[in-house]
Design a protein around this ligand. Structure first.
Ligand code: SF4
Ligand code: SF4
Length: 257
């Protein structure tokens, strides 16, 4: 906003409202922004998550991880009596994708030509992420480092030596994406999420950290060496810190030969 706009509009307005009232308005606005994640109905949203009955075994992992209690289990329409299926309440769903990262069927290591998850976001199905990763690491002179980035955290930057893959939330990424990136030739995988307590979707940062630390299902596979991946937590506004973290890495052997 140009400085003359502030002089013309803001200063006269502050005199008119009065200093105390103005600060109260600003405080309320700030409070609304901080509380927004706790009222998903007020957040701008993409279409709600959808369940594919043929893929859902009723394992309950998505129910346990959804920060908005938007999923419950119900009798499965196609399986034997007693089997269950996930059901999404679209009014509660914030389209964060955390349930996708929890679903065992979202693993990109499945050999099927099209990856169909038990639960998925219609606007950004998990299959498109697998295709993007495979294409991004298979091209001639492809980068050898991958950044799985939370789209709500620090904005990423362009660098030919780095394949950047933004997810709606870092916890939308099933941990096996780290596996797949390494199998496709990446030498280092980096995941950036919001920091604890600053997650736009309440618990995504916590869940991705716990899954990668193998404290929560779905866990990162034991075969993945700790030296091959790294979790950082740079929030929106901390772009310089995110870039500094990248720039401080050894900058050799960046591209496939
Ligand atoms: S997209 Fe997010 S809010 Fe919606 S059901 Fe999945 S975990 Fe819950
Ligand atoms: S995590 Fe996947 S398979 Fe398990 S209940 Fe949810 S949608 Fe079904």
């Amino acid at each position: 906003m140009p400085i003359d706009w502030w002089l013309l509009h803001w200063l006269p307005m502050s005199e008119w409202i009065g200093g105390a009232a103005l600060w109260m308005v600003l405080s309320i606005l700030l409070l609304v922004l901080v509380l927004l994640p706790w009222f998903p109905a007020l957040m701008p949203r993409s279409p709600a998550a959808v369940v594919t009955p043929a893929q859902c075994s009723g394992c309950r992992l998505c129910v346990a991880d959804c920060p908005y209690e938007a999923i419950h289990l119900a009798p499965h329409p196609n399986l034997k009596p007693g089997r269950q299926i996930a059901v999404v309440d679209p009014d509660r769903c914030a389209a964060c994708g955390i349930c996708v990262g929890a679903c065992p069927t979202a693993s990109p290591l499945f050999p099927a030509a099209q990856l169909i998850s038990g639960i998925d976001l219609p606007d950004m199905p998990i299959d498109t992420f697998r295709r993007r990763l495979v294409a991004g690491l298979s091209a001639p002179n492809a980068p050898r480092r991958v950044l799985f980035a939370c789209a709500q955290a620090a904005r990423t930057f362009d660098d030919d030596r780095l394949l950047v893959m933004p997810f709606a939330c870092a916890a939308q990424m099933p941990p096996t994406f780290v596996d797949l990136a390494l199998r496709l030739g990446a030498t280092e995988v980096w995941i950036n999420s919001c920091s604890a307590g600053a997650c736009t979707y309440r618990l995504g940062g916590d869940w991705v950290a716990d899954r990668l630390a193998r404290k929560r299902s779905p866990r990162l596979r034991r075969q993945v060496p700790a030296s091959a991946w790294r979790l950082t937590q740079h929030d929106i506004g901390a772009e310089n810190e995110l870039f500094d973290t990248w720039a401080s890495r050894p900058q050799t052997t960046e591209l496939h030969q």
